[in-house]
Structures are given as C-alpha cells and as structure tokens.
Design a binder for this molecule. Structure first.
Ligand SMILES: Nc1nc2c(c(=O)[nH]1)N[C@H]1C(S)=C(S)[C@@H](COP(=O)(O)OP(=O)(O)OC[C@H]3O[C@@H](n4cnc5c(=O)[nH]c(N)nc54)[C@H](O)[C@@H]3O)O[C@H]1N2
Ligand SMILES: Nc1nc2c(c(=O)[nH]1)N[C@H]1C(S)=C(S)[C@@H](COP(=O)(O)OP(=O)(O)OC[C@H]3O[C@@H](n4cnc5c(=O)[nH]c(N)nc54)[C@H](O)[C@@H]3O)O[C@H]1N2
Ligand code: SF4
Ligand SMILES: [Mo]
Length: 705
C-alpha cells in the first residue's frame, strides 16, 4: 500500500507522440515512474483527433520498452550467417567495422555498392530520415520507397491532384461515413472514434467496403463485401446510377471536373448488373448504396490503403475518389473524401536529409525488390554494381518484404555485409553480420506528423535509454565521422537543433513554441480542404481521365526508373482494370494478408500482451472451401504459388468469401513451420504505373499438409 502511494506521488506525466507507422499518430500521455521507467500510456484528451483514444498495443507500451528480450549490446556474428552465434563487441569497434566494410565495398565496386536501407520503424523525421544525410554525403545507392503508399497515393493524386482532403474530424458532421478498404478498428482506431460519434449524435450510417468480415465490417450498418481487386467496378456502378437517376451533381461537375460528359458516356455500360458479376455483390445492394449516396450530401469517404494493395490498386483508389466527386459531396460540411494528409505539411527536410549534396545520377533501388537486388538481378540493379554492404535501420525486410525466399537468400550471401540497427532480434537481425541495439522513441527527441490527421507533434526524450543502446541519429553521426563527411551541412547537430531548423525552414515557429504547445494543428481551411478553390491539378479540375503516365505523383520514382507494370493497360476512365493476379485452374484461391490488430507490421509480435491476444497464425477459409477439401479448423494446409509454399492451420470462418483466403499478420517467420513467413507468397513485381507491392493480391493453391 505504501509503495503504491509513493509510486503515485512520484509519477510524472510526459507528453509525446506515437512513433509508429499508423495514420493516427496519436498524441500520448506517458506516466514516467522514474528516470528509466515508463508506466501507463494514454491518449491525450485535449488533442481533437486523438480524443483520448489509443490502441491497446500502445497503451501497453511499457511492455515493449522494458521487454526482457530487448537488444542491449552490439553483437557480431560468429560462425555461419543466420547460425545464431554471436559475440558481444563494443560500440566503437562495431562502428569502426561498419565504416571499414563500407569503404571496402566502395573501393571495390563504387559507392553505389553500399545501400542504406530504411523504413518506418519510427516515423520521427530526424531518426527516420537522417540515414539519407549519410547516403547523399557518400553517394550511396538511393532507395525508392515503394512498399506501402505508392499505389494508394498515385491513385488519389491522379484525380484530386493533392494528397489532402476533408478534415477527418468532420466525419462527426457526416450523415454517411464510407470506410473503404481500411480495417480502421485494427489499423487506425481513431477513425472509428469520429465515425461512431456521427452515428451517435446524428444517426449517421457507417458503410464498410472490404473483402471479409474484419473487425470494422462487424461495426458496419451497411456491409459491402466484394471480391478482392474489384472496387473499381463498384465505383463505376455507383456513378452509373448517379447519372442514370439524376443524383449526379451536374452543376458541380461542370464547374469542377475535367470531362463529365466523357465519364457519363463511358459509364453507360457499367451497370449495376455488370458490377455485380465482377464484384460478387447483389444488384440490390449496389442500388441501395447508390440511393443512399444520392440523398446524403454529407457523405464522407475514408479511403484506406488496403484496397490499393492489389495490382490495379491505383485505378481502384482513383475510381473510389471519383464517387464523391460525381455526387458533389465535396461541397458539404462532413462530405467529400480523405485518404492522406501527406501533402499538407510543406516540410523542408533539406538539412536532415542532406539534399544539398544529393547527386541525382545515383541510382534508386526499389525497396520492395530487395530480394531481386540482393540476388543480383541485373535489371533490378539497373545495370549497376551489386549491393555488397548495407545498414538496415527501422525495418525488418526478412519478414515484411515480398518474395521472402529471395530476400533471405540475398541476405545470406557470403560477400554481403549487413549491419542491422534494431530494438529486437528480428528476422532480419538474425541474418546480419552485425547487430546494433537501438533506442526507443521515449528515449530520444523527435518530431512527428500525422498521415491520417493534421497535427505536428513533438516527442521529447522522456527517459534515459539503457546505457548500451544508441539512437539512429547517433549511429548516423558516428558513421559520418568515420567516413569523413561529418563536416558537411546538416551533420554535427543535435536532434533538437535539427527539429528547430526544420520548423523554421518550413515556415513554422521553432521548437520552443511547439514544445510548449505540445502539437500544432495545420489543418487547411474548409474551402481548400474541400477543394472549393479548385482541385490540385494545373487547371483546378478533378481528373476523371488521369494522366497516368505523365502525372506528377509525390511518390513517383526518379525518371531514370521509368514506368512499371502493365501501365499501358491502365484505363482512360475509372474502371475495373483486369491486371490483378486472378485465379486460374492451378491457383483457385485469392489470398490477402492484412494486418493483425495487436501487431504493427512486424512490430509488437514480441510483446506478451499482443501475442496472447492474437493467439497463433491461422488461415481463414470459407466453410464451403473447407468442406471441398475436407478441412476442419486446425487442419494444416499448404498454400502455394510459383514464389513458394507456406504451411498454416485452418480456421473455418463464415465471414470470408468462398475462394478467398485471409491471413492476418505479420507474424515472425519462426511462428510458421519451416520458418517461412507469409511473404514467401507475395510478389515484388512492381504494380502500374509507378511501382508498389500488392500484398493482398495473390493467387494460390491449397491442399492438406
Ligand atoms: N494493428 C495494426 N495497425 C496498423 C498496421 C498493422 O500492421 N497492424 N500497419 C500500419 C500501416 S504500415 C499501414 S500502411 C496501415 C494500413 O492500414 P489500412 O489502410 O487499414 O490497410 P490494410 O490494413 O492493408 O488493409 C485494410 C483492409 O483492406 C482489405 N482489402 C484487401 N484487398 C481489398 C480489396 O481488393 N478491396 C477492398 N475493399 N478491401 C480490400 C483487407 O481485407 C483489410 O481489411 O495500417 C497501419 N496500422
Ligand atoms: N504480407 C504483408 N506484408 C506487408 C504488409 C501487409 O499488409 N502484408 N504491409 C506492408 C506495409 S504497409 C509496410 S509499411 C511494411 C512495413 O515494414 P517495416 O517498416 O519493416 O515495419 P515493421 O515490421 O514495423 O519494422 C520496423 C522495425 O523497426 C524497428 N524500430 C522501431 N523504432 C526504431 C528506431 O527508433 N530505431 C531503429 N533502428 N529501429 C527501430 C522495430 O523494432 C521493427 O523491427 O510492411 C509491409 N509488409
Ligand atoms: S499505433 Fe496508431 S492507434 Fe496505436 S497509439 Fe500509435 S498512432 Fe495511435
Ligand atoms: Mo504501411
């Protein structure tokens, strides 16, 4: 009792942001128990987007920060790669070794033989993007970030012209909230906060469009469960009905869009019957959804990433964004669409990223195709040198990247040196030559910004890190010293200096003001957010006919990389693009691999609380498909395609459609038989037009193991 009281008295509160790769970017309040220990984590009530709500896995953050398996010492491999034998080495020796191997690689094959490989373990702009400063200073190979947002962003910008949209808090003013291709309950819980507020306060209808009864579908008033990769067809039928029934807003279309007459003509054959045959939805369900949209000006479309992880995902995203445009929903409070706010920040990251000395002729290697890169595919390497040295920071490609067999084979190459800077012994760290222990977000300073909302947040160091771990910033700075580039602009600054510079360079007040305020809300004004002053296209008009090949997309790869996938097959208008990995006689099932609620990509799969709640990896199978193969819940099956095979126990689930298989992850590879994770089955072939990984678009066969 006395202890509890003391604890209570000495507990301080710290304010920070969730560092994880989640559109919500919650404002957090952390109990600080002592200099080295955090307690409970809560969502900030005062932040109008977070509104006091965070996901369970981050509420249990102490479990991750103070986990007994956390990496604490630099480890050098002893014996064979992946063999699991390590010896401890000091930080100075470890950093010397990285520098030495980088210099060796460069001497032998040129600077492009070194590939700093990163992603979104932390979304902090200093700790995440500082790796580019070293990359550019040393002219190491660039990275083309294709794994997550490419298809979605391209599709959205194709129409609206800007990565921005209606304030997601406006959902609370909507009469219909369409949650399209995002499992928000699991992947960004705050969407539900605002959607459910609208239902409670205004009787709004929540429509969910997905391919199975996920946690979000279970909350829906209207559940539209379609075949994977067919959202374009649904969107077309909705717009067909709008023109047919006179619910299309013709005055709005004339004023704000490029070619409504062309669109109307194109849609004439895109009838509800046509769409029903493609999507598997009932004609009546398509009709009544269109009728609802036609009589509900305040219809809000929250467009997620999930439905864009199909090879036709860019077309599907564009098509979905056309729907509120045809109905004119954008004009109304609580109406319109939102996908991402990545276009509103106007951050000038030149100092953090060392852009001043970026050499545009250096190649960019496609992040998703790391398997092809490391196994020496000449086309993937753009005819350049092999990759022979890597620093991997903030990412776990041996688990999360597609074509896992190739990725692992590549990482195990004897002539490749890999240093992995990590918090845990991940699947990737296990295959490294050198493992460097990383600090956690509550142990370093950084700045964060929402992707699914409009706040810039400061995340200060709240506790001391364990003595033997180091931040990403430290590692980059120390390598710069050893590689002789630490005199270049952007180096030699503290995190706080870099944040302050970034804010000033971007036209904001400096760090002192942000720290005092905790966050800054940069939501654009109503007229701009609703595109009432014109869309983000050169002529201000929403494009029903995207310039797929010529458009400026925020994530378009350097022109030297050209276009990708079957881009010649991209339709002129919104449509069902038949460029998905559809079933065939040998592969009668479609497999999707969406995120599990208690994990965040491969993160949190180590924490007890998350593991306990998720149980173990399973494959969800429709009862009829199970019956056809005489499978019961628990039966082990092998699913496979030309990329490989994976063994999983079946869970019979009536919420999955016949012919569709669902595996929620990402589980560590060793949670599977043979240590082969789900990404053995996913493809890295770049999707049209600018690349991207189609994680939910896989044809497979299935048989009992
Ligand atoms: N708990 C948890 N939260 C996360 C993550 C996590 O791993 N776990 N990951 C984070 C990251 S990096 C990202 S990018 C976001 C992604 O979050 P979301 O935007 O939610 O995207 P996904 O989770 O990929 O997919 C969401 C849904 O899309 C569905 N889907 C798949 N194919 C189709 C289709 O063809 N049509 C339709 N309509 N639906 C389809 C899937 O079944 C799934 O339910 O979530 C972030 N938040
Ligand atoms: N099958 C399938 N595969 C997928 C997806 C899917 O839906 N299905 N989703 C894809 C998507 S959307 C994405 S974004 C990618 C994400 O892939 P990744 O960006 O690789 O995401 P995580 O798996 O969370 O791995 C991040 C790693 O960074 C580490 N980390 C966290 N903070 C720090 C830090 O401050 N410093 C250092 N050095 N390390 C840190 C964590 O411990 C973790 O191991 O996965 C993709 N893979
Ligand atoms: S993972 Fe997402 S929902 Fe959970 S606390 Fe972080 S930002 Fe919020
Ligand atoms: Mo992602």
């Amino acid at each position: 009792m006395l202890d509890a009281m003391n604890l209570h008295v000495s507990t301080r509160k710290g304010y920070t942001a969730c560092p994880h790769d989640c559109p919500s970017t919650c404002a957090l309040e952390v109990d600080i128990l002592d200099d080295r220990t955090i307690g409970r984590v809560r969502g900030a009530e005062a932040n109008t987007y977070t509104a006091g709500v965070i996901c369970a896995k981050v509420a249990r953050y102490a479990e991750r920060v103070h986990h007994p398996d956390r990496l604490l010492k630099p480890l050098q491999r002893v014996g064979a790669k992946g063999g699991g034998d390590w010896r401890e080495i000091g930080w100075d020796d470890a950093l010397d070794l990285v520098a030495e191997r980088f210099v060796q690689a460069e001497t032998r094959h040129g600077s492009e033989a070194v590939w700093p490989y990163y992603y979104a373990g932390t979304m902090g702009l200093v700790q995440r993007d500082g790796i580019h400063r070293l990359r550019h200073a040393k002219r190491y190979s660039g990275q083309f970030d294709s794994i997550c947002t490419n298809l979605a962003w391209t599709g959205f910008v194709a129409g609206a012209g800007r990565l921005a949209g209606v304030d997601p808090r406006e959902m609370a003013q909507s009469d219909c909230v369409v949650i399209w291709g995002t499992n928000a309950v699991a992947t960004q819980v705050n969407v539900m906060t605002h959607a459910i507020r609208a239902r409670k306060e205004r009787g709004a209808r929540i429509v969910v469009i997905d391919i199975y009864d996920n946690a979000t579908m279970k909350q829906a008033d209207t559940a539209l469960k379609l075949r994977p990769g067919t959202d374009g067809a649904l969107a077309c039928a909705l717009m067909h009905i709008a023109f047919r029934d006179g619910t299309a807003d013709r005055a709005y279309l004339d004023r704000y869009t490029d070619d409504p007459a062309g669109l109307e003509a194109h849609l004439r054959t895109r009838t509800p019957e046509w769409a029903a045959a493609i999507t598997g939805l009932a004609v009546a369900d398509i009709e009544s959804f269109a009728e609802l949209l036609g009589r509900t000006p305040r219809s809000f479309f929250r467009l997620g990433y999930g439905f864009s992880r199909q090879r036709n995902g860019a077309v599907a995203m564009h098509a979905a964004s056309c729907v509120p445009t045809v109905f004119g929903h954008w004009q109304h409070e609580g109406g319109g669409a939102f996908h991402s706010n990545s276009g509103i920040w106007n951050f000038d990251k030149r100092a953090i990223e060392g852009r001043a000395y970026q050499d545009e002729t250096i190649r960019h290697l496609d992040q998703s195709r790391i398997g092809a890169m490391l196994t020496g595919e000449a086309e993937a390497l753009q005819g350049g040198p092999p990759v022979t040295a890597m620093l991997v920071q903030n990412t776990n490609p041996a688990n999360v990247a597609p074509e896992q067999r190739l990725v692992k084979r590549g990482l195990l190459r004897e002539d490749l040196f890999v240093a992995v800077h990590e918090q845990f012994m991940t699947d990737t760290a296990k295959l490294a030559d050198l493992v460097l222990p990383a600090a956690m977000s509550v142990e370093y300073d950084d700045i964060y910004r929402g992707g699914g909302q409009s706040h810039i947040l400061f995340g200060p160091k709240l506790i001391e890190h364990p003595e033997t771990v180091r931040s990403n910033h430290f590692v980059i700075e120390e390598l710069a010293k050893r590689l002789g580039v630490d005199h270049m602009p952007g180096f030699g600054l503290t995190e706080r200096d870099l944040i302050d510079d970034l804010l000033h360079a971007s036209g904001y007040e400096g760090l002192a003001s942000l720290e005092a305020e905790r966050w800054l809300d940069v939501q654009p004004a109503f007229a701009r957010a609703h595109y009432l002053d014109g869309f983000g296209q050169p002529d201000g008009r929403f494009r029903f006919r995207p310039d797929w090949l010529g458009m400026a997309a925020p994530n378009r790869p350097p022109t030297a990389m050209g276009l990708f996938g079957p881009h010649a097959k991209l339709p002129e208008f919104p449509d069902h693009a038949e460029i998905i990995e559809d079933t065939d006689d040998d592969h009668p099932f479609r497999l999707a691999t969406p995120p599990a609620r208690q994990f965040l990509n491969s993160t949190f799969s180590e924490t007890e609380g998350s593991r306990k709640r998720e149980g173990s990896p399973v494959l969800k199978v429709h009862p009829a498909d199970a019956e056809g193969l005489a499978l019961e819940t628990g039966t082990r099956v092998i699913i496979g395609n030309r990329r490989g095979e994976v063994v999983l126990p079946v869970e019979i689930d009536g919420g999955v459609s016949p012919g569709v298989l669902i595996h929620e992850g990402l589980w560590p590879n060793d949670a599977f038989e043979n240590g082969e994770g789900i990404n053995v089955l996913t493809g890295a072939d770049p999707a049209a037009p600018f690349g991207g990984a189609a994680f939910h678009d896989n044809r497979v066969w299935m048989r009992p193991a």
